[in-house]
Design a protein around this ligand. Structure first.
Ligand code: EPS
Length: 373
């Protein structure tokens, strides 16, 4: 089993992460991990802070001569953008954790909540998740993402029409959008929101390719793969909902229009549609895992909403400090890496072992058994 913890404040010295359960003898490609961190930092509409940060990992333990040892891996990312005045937050922002955190932890204000609830923490999640991505790559499992909606502008293309090669092009777009016309409209929209002191949310799509049949289980409620993925994606700051495959649209359709018919060729079962998003009864069915998640607009507004001063109880407007206008493209990279964590963990649950060699042998054995079944 893989487990991880992160620590660190948004404007503290650094972020720290510990991940355990990564098997021995996995090549830890630092360049790949740093590139994932770079992908998360990009995106039109991020705070000026992204020009300051140059996220890079420092490996503190669990790796010897480039390979994992099976020991817990600990990482550090240094914060550079710590140049703001850390004033107390006494006028809590609606939609942020300021008020609940102040009262729950008996604080003078929301500062300590802001520091930990900040999406800065997701930098470390991406670093740790990209170790999981490296593990998945050993089995040719890859994860992609793109942005399908920002504000009310939606890309019409669905996952059915997008190839792997096309998905790779999301990295070339400043907002990870695969439709050039919509991309322009979205960038204009972000620009306008910025001028107006507003913020924007959106929808991301994440795709796991070449995921083997049989990850997850229906034997108990907490082993269902879709449940585990939903939990991990919903844990990303700002995410308010998730759907798989055809998603909420299935409510409008008949059973015969929704379920993916089963075919067989060249020693394997396959489907011509993927409305299930690659999961049936909580188990991966061998098709791509497809999910979409919605992110709310960032709660820190230059054009602030009404709130109550926690000292005077007077009606005031919410506090503002440097923030993003739109972080939807970044959320897609965080979601890729949270999905990688869940899938890598499921690979170990099913094919578990202490070294990569052992896991690969278990996997091959299973694959041979499935052939011509
Ligand atoms: C964030 C506010 C901004 C973002 C930050 C998340 O930070 P600051 O207030 O220092 O400008 O830049 O995101 C990151 C630092 C990051 O690495 O993603 C917030 O309030 O959540």
């Amino acid at each position: 089993m893989i487990r991880f913890l992160t620590a660190g404040e948004s404007h503290g010295e650094s972020l720290i992460g510990i991940i355990e359960g990564i098997p021995a003898n996995l090549y830890l490609d630092i360049e790949f991990i740093n590139n994932e961190l770079k992908r998360r930092q990009m995106g039109y509409g991020r705070s000026q802070r992204m020009a300051i940060e140059r996220d890079e990992i420092i490996v503190l333990s669990g790796v010897n001569q480039g390979y994992t040892t099976g020991n817990p891996i600990s990482l550090m990312i240094k914060n550079r953008g710590t140049n703001i005045e850390l004033v107390e937050i006494t006028r809590p922002r609606p939609g942020h954790g300021d008020l609940a955190g102040t009262l729950k932890y008996n604080q003078k204000g929301g500062r300590n909540t802001l520091e930990r609830a900040s999406a800065r923490e997701t930098a470390m999640r991406v670093a740790l998740g990209s170790i999981c991505k490296l593990l998945l790559k050993e089995f040719n499992i890859n994860i992609y993402s793109h942005v399908v909606q920002i504000g009310d502008i939606r890309v019409q293309k669905s996952y059915k029409d997008i190839s792997r090669e096309e998905l790779l092009k999301a990295d070339e777009s400043p907002i990870r959008v695969l439709d050039k016309e919509k991309e322009k409209l979205m960038i204009d929209k972000i620009e306008r929101a910025k001028e107006e002191g507003e913020t924007l949310g959106g929808i991301i799509e994440v795709i796991g390719m070449n995921v083997p049949l049989g990850l997850g289980s229906y034997d108990h409620w907490d082993r269902r793969l879709d449940g585990k993925i939903a939990y991990s994606i919903m844990s990303i700051p700002g995410i308010k909902g998730i759907e798989f495959g055809a998603g909420f649209d299935v409510a409008n359709k008949l059973g015969s229009q929704v379920h993916d018919e089963i075919y067989y060729a060249e020693g394997r079962y396959y489907r011509k549609s993927n409305n299930a998003g690659g999961i049936e009864a909580g188990v991966s069915n061998g098709e791509d895992i497809i999910l979409r998640a919605v992110m709310k607009p960032i709660p820190t507004l230059k054009k602030p909403l009404r709130t109550v001063d926690i000292n005077t109880k007077e009606e005031v407007v919410a506090q503002f400090e440097r923030s993003d206008v739109c972080a939807v493209p970044s959320a897609s990279i965080v979601a890729e890496n949270m999905l990688a964590y869940v899938l890598a963990n499921e690979m170990l649950i099913k094919f578990g072992g202490d070294s990569m060699e052992e896991i690969i042998a278990n996997f091959e054995n299973y694959r041979n058994r499935l052939e011509d079944r």
